[in-house]
Design a protein around this ligand. Sequence first.
Ligand SMILES: Cc1cc2nc3c(=O)[nH]c(=O)nc-3n(C[C@H](O)[C@H](O)[C@H](O)COP(=O)(O)OP(=O)(O)OC[C@H]3O[C@@H](n4cnc5c(N)ncnc54)[C@H](O)[C@@H]3O)c2cc1C
Ligand SMILES: NC(=O)c1ccc[n+]([C@@H]2O[C@H](COP(=O)([O-])OP(=O)(O)OC[C@H]3O[C@@H](n4cnc5c(N)ncnc54)[C@H](OP(=O)(O)O)[C@@H]3O)[C@@H](O)[C@H]2O)c1
Length: 285
Amino acid sequence: MTEQSPVTQAQAQPVKAAPALPDAQTVTQVKHYTDRLFSFRCTRPASMRFRSGEFVMIGLMGDPDPKTGKVKPLLRAYSIASPSWDEELEFYSIKVQDGPLTSKLQHIQPGDELILRPKPVGTLVHDALLPGKRLWFFATGTGFAPFASLLREPQTYEDYDEIVITHTCREAGELTYGAELIESLKDDELLGEVIGEGFWKKIRYYPTTTREESPKMGRITDLMRTGEAFTDLECTPLNPETDRAMICGNLAFNLELKEMLEAYGLEEGANSKPAHYVVEKAFLD
Ligand SMILES: Cc1cc2nc3c(=O)[nH]c(=O)nc-3n(C[C@H](O)[C@H](O)[C@H](O)COP(=O)(O)OP(=O)(O)OC[C@H]3O[C@@H](n4cnc5c(N)ncnc54)[C@H](O)[C@@H]3O)c2cc1C
Ligand SMILES: NC(=O)c1ccc[n+]([C@@H]2O[C@H](COP(=O)([O-])OP(=O)(O)OC[C@H]3O[C@@H](n4cnc5c(N)ncnc54)[C@H](OP(=O)(O)O)[C@@H]3O)[C@@H](O)[C@H]2O)c1
């Protein structure tokens, strides 16, 4: 085997080409959890500001139009899973087998480019809630993503005494991203410094599965209706005086939980009119 000279090594370095995509960002890390779920990180535009919990449009170029040969960006809404202070952006994604975007996106690698429209929006933000003592995050599936951002946001711990995060998935492996993220908070130096050591003890994590055996089985809605969730968490049911909530899951889940929160006396808020809870779809349909 011939030893490579430094010159050859230097020549072998890829020349940094101008970005090929509009609003291009570079993928820095990819991690796969199951055959349906992965997360990735990418560079963040220097001028991009957002509030933890918001979403943006991201994507790739689509296939060429068979008639014209033209290619158009293929964009989808994605919650930013990283907090507002992070110098990179993180996303937590589904892989839909025939999905126009995710059938391609699931193959991205570090160094690849993706399109990111830096115009964050969304309702799952602290500004849309009135002050309270206990904050509930209710998620199903990839609906955990905005809470991955908010769980790393110092304001969450500054504003609330207690944070309850519930995550319902079909299978146990679908809980891994959330479980690892919550575990990692114990070693989060920035949050430890800003909020104080042991801040993570404010978090009560309640993961449940519905179609595969796990320590806690059942839909969170059913577990709340029977009171089992409150017994397990050793806490009182929600009360508009003290509790605030954010919901992010499939449409049926969002609607069912909305109805339950209204029955507890909580009112829906918005950026323009803060109230007791806010809701956002984890995906369309
Ligand atoms: C406000 C908002 C925020 C979103 N944030 C995220 C996010 O953080 N992570 C993410 O993976 N997706 C998120 N989505 C969904 C995302 O926009 C796309 O639908 C998803 O990436 C699939 O794209 P696709 O082109 O492959 O398939 P699409 O044609 O968009 O979807 C095909 C079908 O796949 C199913 N599906 C789509 N997304 C999901 C999902 N997340 N979980 C389970 N089933 C799904 C639906 O049944 C849908 O009809 C969000 C959607 C909205 C509206
Ligand atoms: N997850 C998979 O392994 C899988 C595999 C292949 C295809 N898909 C397809 O992908 C799409 C999304 O699947 P997904 O599993 O990511 O998301 P999902 O269908 O939204 O389910 C996520 C979790 O939410 C629960 N849930 C659904 N409706 C609820 C409600 N009204 N109240 C409380 N909890 C509720 C589900 O419980 P239940 O289980 O009781 O519904 C499940 O535990 C579906 O169209 C599905 O057919 C999923």
